[in-house]
Ligand binder design. Structure first.
Ligand code: PEP
Ligand code: MG
Length: 290
């Protein structure tokens, strides 16, 4: 059982790289885009493609360097239309949506508006070609096999087709059809935050519904189990990178017997999670963080 870290800010990589983790299971790229502060289309219109690539490449290089040779899983952007609209140029370049959580996000956005996705891939390629071969790519909010195939084609065109490719399982359609996705990727990471929202039909951002947004629900656990079982059959890595194990330590003891190969948790939850894993998995070869 591996334990990875979830990171959002590359500048914090140095602080957390000393933890005896197995690497970064989820590097959220959204904060790089928010740091740029401008809608990607606006930036492109202003001739800022190189600034975009450079910022992303520098952020990823910092994390890859700090964690070398452990893997660093770079998740491409999963900002929603309401978040894009908050950026400079957002009102001009981003149409308002009634329901951004179900809107133009994740992989679907890459097909609708490929250029910002291509810039991210160019950043990843630059980092990889500079020798940081511990990076891997992860696509968020995949909804269908056809979408994944179309994204893989773009990866190939951008020269990153050989970099290990992971996808997030966040949409129930992927759970039901998981066997069709597995031959197309190198690893799976279950995003329990969005998956719970969509399985239970509960808006994760609505404070009045928070008590209902519960990953421990039997329906969510069954979905996780189904994905893990399919991965085990193919001998593939299967991780949970949603916040469930970080926010609810008790869920770790329910998740481990399902046969996950890894968990990815917030740095604050690392030591507690490692301890729990040792308790449930007495022969764990994890380094003792205490
Ligand atoms: C998730 O949905 O579980 C996840 C890790 O992605 P995010 O929280 O960034 O939407
Ligand atoms: Mg998500």
């Amino acid at each position: 059982m591996k334990i990875y870290l979830n990171l959002s800010f590359p500048q914090l990589a140095a602080r957390y790289a000393d933890l005896p983790s197995d690497g970064v299971g989820l590097l959220r790229s959204e904060f790089l885009a928010l740091a740029l502060g401008v809608h990607p289309r606006k930036l492109l219109a202003e001739g800022g493609a190189e600034a975009f690539i450079r910022l992303f490449a520098e952020g990823l290089t910092e994390v890859a360097r700090c964690f070398w040779p452990r893997p660093v899983t770079f998740r491409t952007l999963d900002l929603k239309s309401n978040e894009y609209r908050g950026l400079r140029g957002g009102q001009e370049f981003e149409e308002p949506e009634e329901n951004p959580a179900l809107g133009l996000r994740g992989c679907r956005r890459y097909l609708y508006d490929p250029e910002p996705f291509r810039l991210q891939l160019r950043a990843v390629r630059r980092v990889y070609e500079a020798g940081w071969t511990n990076v891997r790519l992860m696509l968020p909010f995949v909804r269908s096999v056809s979408e994944l195939l179309a994204c893989r084609e773009i990866l190939r065109e951008e020269g990153v087709g050989d970099i290990p490719l992971w996808i997030m399982v966040e949409v129930p359609s992927v759970v039901f059809l998981i066997e069709q996705f597995l031959p197309l990727v190198d690893g799976i990471s279950i995003g329990t935050n969005d998956l719970t929202q969509l399985i239970l039909g509960v808006d994760r951002d609505n404070p009045r519904l928070i008590p209902l947004w519960d990953e421990r629900d039997e329906a969510v656990m069954r979905a996780v189990e189904q994905v893990v079982r399919a991965c085990r059959k193919r001998g593939m890595e299967c991780c949970v990178c949603g916040d469930a194990p970080s926010r609810r330590p008790e869920i770790v003891t329910s998740l481990l017997p399902l046969g996950l190969t890894s968990l990815s948790v917030s740095p604050e939850a690392f030591e507690r999670t490692a301890q729990l894993v040792r308790t449930v998995e007495p022969h764990s070869d994890l380094p003792n963080p205490l």
